[in-house]
Design a protein around this ligand. Structure first.
Ligand code: GDP
Ligand code: ZN
Length: 461
């Protein structure tokens, strides 16, 4: 396949001291040479692949120096797109990168559509669709661990597993064909159906396994929705602040149209927390007091994790009992704060409620106990994940939906096989499952889907 040469700014706008304008396509080197002036008149076309060169970009119309740049040259096919790739590193300001991009476009490149670099990598057979989508997730990944999930997927882990499932299905289908070709064997059904059933059940259990990781994948990308609750003055704001201060806040943003919700993203030992608070909670308020027990129950229900803060100095009240009732059965950690003050709380009651693993004592004013809390959060999150480090996570909504569909068609096949339905009927469901799994890795997708997918990418990727 032959394409034109595309270009785009491939670093986020306004960020960082260096910005990159990337070109990909058969004319990439020629276009760069039209603009590049290096000491001793060296030309990029004569340079080795995967080398970097210092010089100036000049405007060919005026012959004036426009930018001081470093240019990397990467020749096909060992590049991300499998085409010739040029990366022009220039100063990070918006004005500089735009000037460089304009020059490059005037010299013959076309502005890339969103996701077009990755699309080319896909079309040139460099990556498959699930890997291409992983690139997109990578761009959005908020913590290192989420990054690993995306990286594993890019490695082709998911693709490989899906490939194995499809292979198993294909083998059973082939076997059916063979048996159907020799109808003189009157025990075709007897020979074929048990094999189909067995393989189908295996495929379904693998799909189940993948789907069971998908919730975690979602959390890794979006953050564990975490609500801090407790009576006024127990130390909720102090807790929020120390979690934000001790851990690099990943993003701070005001979400929602009304600005009612404040969200702080923090990375706690690899667990991305999205600390959700209703407005004002940082200053004074107590969520229960402010919005009432009923609504706070709703907020609690939607949370992935609850940090329930109590004061070591205060006796438990009926309100606390109500809160414990609301929290029970959810993912929660009890934080008994203010251990520097004389004890008023009934610790036995709290221990009974929390169990050992969900109870942490802190003195936020003396900066004590936050480490233990962080460990408890990490333990709680990872205790469910058996093979946390090398599990194939599925974190992409399209993949999840296709896996659900494949799960349902393979279940149909299993039900049919068990009910003694003729083999060619079962075959239809098996073929459909094979197709659905293929869509995850881009084997059976139509052009329109490809275009739609790649248009979701950020520009320049
Ligand atoms: P919130 O109303 O639950 O958000 O509680 P705040 O975080 O606003 O804290 C209420 C008061 O308790 C503030 O004056 C804090 O300085 C104080 N405080 C917080 N943590 C501790 C602690 O561990 N020990 C003591 N003695 N005071 C604390
Ligand atoms: Zn507060």
């Amino acid at each position: 396949m032959e394409f034109d040469t595309i270009a785009a700014i491939s670093t986020p706008s306004g960020e960082g001291a260096i910005a990159i304008v990337r070109l990909s396509g058969p004319e990439a080197v020629t276009i760069a040479d039209k603009l590049f002036r290096a000491p001793a008149g060296k030309r990029l076309a004569d340079q080795k692949s995967h080398t970097i060169h210092y010089g100036n970009l000049t405007d060919p119309q005026t012959d004036e120096v426009a930018e001081e740049v470093m240019i990397s040259i990467m020749k096909a096919p060992k590049t991300f797109t499998r085409e010739d790739v040029i990366e022009i590193n220039c100063h990070g300001g918006l004005v500089s990168v735009n000037r460089v991009l304009t020059l490059v476009l005037r010299a013959g490149a076309r502005l890339a559509e969103p996701g077009e670099f990755t699309k080319r990598a896909f079309l040139n057979g460099r990556i498959d669709l699930s890997q291409a989508e992983a690139v997109m997730d990578l761009i959005r990944a908020k913590t290192d661990r989420a990054m690993n999930v995306a990286l594993n997927q890019m490695d082709g882990r998911l693709s490989k597993l899906i490939g194995q499932l499809r292979q198993a299905l294909l083998e059973t289908l082939a076997q059916v064909e063979v048996n159907i070709d020799y109808p003189e064997y009157d025990d075709v059904e007897e020979m074929t159906v048990p094999v189909m059933l067995e393989k189908s059940e295996w495929v379904r259990s693998e799909i189940d396994r993948l789907l069971s990781t998908s919730q975690q994948g979602k959390i890794l990308r979006e953050g564990l929705s975490t609500v801090i609750v407790g009576k006024p003055n127990v130390g909720k704001s102090s807790l929020l602040n120390s979690l934000v201060q001790e851990n690099k806040a990943i993003v701070t943003e005001i979400a929602g149209t009304t600005r009612d919700i404040i969200e702080e993203y923090v990375n706690v030992r690899g667990v991305p927390l999205r600390l959700v608070d209703t407005a004002g909670i940082r200053e004074t308020e107590d969520i229960v007091e402010r919005i009432g027990v009923e609504r706070s129950r709703k907020v609690l229900k939607e949370a992935d994790l609850i940090l329930y803060v109590l004061s070591h100095a205060d006796e438990l009240t009926s309100e606390d009992e109500k809160m414990m009732e609301a929290v029970a059965g959810m993912n929660y950690i009890v934080v008994v704060n203010k251990t520097d003050l004389p004890q008023g709380i009934d610790m036995e009651r709290i221990q009974e409620f929390a169990g050992k693993s969900r109870l942490v004592t802190t003195s936020l004013i003396e900066e004590e106990g936050v480490d233990q809390l962080e460990q408890a959060i990490a333990d709680l999150f990872f205790e469910g994940s058996v093979e946390a480090n090398d599990m194939t996570y599925v974190s992409n909504a399209r993949h999840i939906s296709l896996l659900h569909q494949a799960h349902s068609t393979i279940s149909d096949a299993i039900t049919a096989a068990e009910a003694g339905v003729p083999v060619d009927m079962i075959q239809i469901d098996v073929v459909r499952t094979w197709e659905l799994l293929g869509e995850i890795i881009g084997d059976t997708v139509q052009e329109s889907l490809i275009n739609q997918l790649f248009s979701q990418f950020c520009l320049g990727k």
